[in-house]
Ligand binder design. Structure first.
Ligand code: SF4
Length: 353
């Protein structure tokens, strides 16, 4: 694949990753200030918290927390945004990252390589001149130290054509700078974990509507999700894990009952509806004649485990204070009934993921 032309074009087109967070928004803004044409790429990975909130559509949810931040930021900046589905290839990378995981289930280096590699392909196909990101030197321990930034650029195959406008003054000049496409003097020299400088620039440019960095936006970096994710990897061959199984890790209470059997217990009506939309092959448990969670089962439980699953379902039903609760177990048109006491919390905690 050929690199973009080095001839001075009439109009410089920069292709950037735009999550909609403050850093990527500022990076785009820095280039817009220089009169460049900017196109934003927003990846839908399947692990974005806002996308999940939108899918759950809880009535009490703040609409701001459900919007697509990439599209919102694009509208605020006045630039076009392409939303790209990262698809199965992303899942494959997440399940087997070449550079490993961070503290949770976050394969940040491979994730950056995946996205920037995609942006490089987009640049080549759409007459772009270089790729930019909102990365800040030293901000994130795994993917934003000097060595990682170099590695990411190298593995994406666009050495020299990857600009980080927020930290550019701490990094060697890129080709767009050397060729005069971008004025290095007008790029920024931000580094480290403090966000003071970004805040100051956002005030200067009147950027006030962006998700709070501390709020978290990626399930892969979430502690609870990571526990379930690594449990799934431990008990299932990575190549057999399907995309829907990853979606289910975001919903409900999870309990590992045996190496082969795991259950998910919905936490409210929205999760009941969400789980019932999935065409899952296993048993489903529900307490009868009361408000009940839907409990879905992965794997084939024996009779003892069925009693335990019924007791757990009873524990989270509206009849949890009664001595015995009737619970239905259904699969493939077969229905069984179990009359069980709700399980004690100290027993439950042994299985919780
Ligand atoms: S936090 Fe999530 S989206 Fe961000 S780089 Fe890491 S894996 Fe990718």
């Amino acid at each position: 694949m050929s690199e973009p032309s080095t001839r001075r074009p009439d109009r410089i087109r920069a292709i950037g990753l735009l999550s909609g967070g403050l850093d990527s928004t500022l990076a785009a803004r820095v280039l817009l200030e220089q009169g460049l044409e900017v196109i934003g790429l927003h990846y839908s990975t399947g692990f974005c918290m806002n996308d999940h909130r939108r899918a759950m559509a809880r009535p009490e949810e703040d609409p701001k927390r459900m919007r697509n931040e990439g599209l919102r930021a694009g509208a605020d900046l006045g630039i076009p945004i392409e939303v790209l589905d990262a698809g199965e290839a992303y899942l494959k990378m997440v399940l087997n990252p070449k550079h490993g995981y961070g503290a949770k289930a976050n394969p940040c280096i491979d994730c950056r390589i995946f996205m920037i590699h995609g942006a490089a392909g987009y640049m080549r196909e759409h007459g772009g001149h270089f790729v930019f990101t909102g990365e800040v030197l030293g901000q994130r321990p795994m993917s934003q130290h000097m060595q990682a930034l170099r590695l990411i650029e190298k593995e994406c195959g666009i050495e020299g054509y990857l600009l980080r406008p927020l930290s550019a003054k701490h990094l060697p000049p890129t080709l767009p700078e050397q060729l005069g496409w971008v004025d290095r003097e007008k790029l920024l020299g931000i580094s480290g974990r403090s966000r003071k400088e970004q805040m100051a620039w956002s005030t200067t440019w009147g950027i006030s509507d962006y998700p709070q960095p501390a709020g978290g936006c990626c399930y892969l970096a979430d502690e609870n999700f990571a526990r379930r994710f690594h449990d799934k990897r431990l008990h299932t061959e990575p190549e057999q894990i399907r995309r829907e199984e990853m979606i289910l890790l975001k919903v409900g209470r999870h309990f590992r009952l045996s190496p082969r059997v795991k259950i998910i217990v919905a936490r409210d009506q929205c999760e009941n509806q969400f789980l019932s939309r999935f065409d899952l092959p296993g048993w489903r448990f529900e307490a009868l004649d009361c408000g009940s969670p839907l409990t879905v089962v992965e794997g084939e439980p024996d009779e003892d485990l069925k009693i335990l699953i019924a007791s757990i379902t009873a524990r989270y039903s509206d009849r949890r204070h009664e001595p015995l609760v009737e619970v239905a177990a259904r699969k493939d048109g077969v229905e069984e009934r179990h009359l069980v006491p709700p399980v004690a919390d100290q027993v439950l905690d042994r299985f919780r993921l």
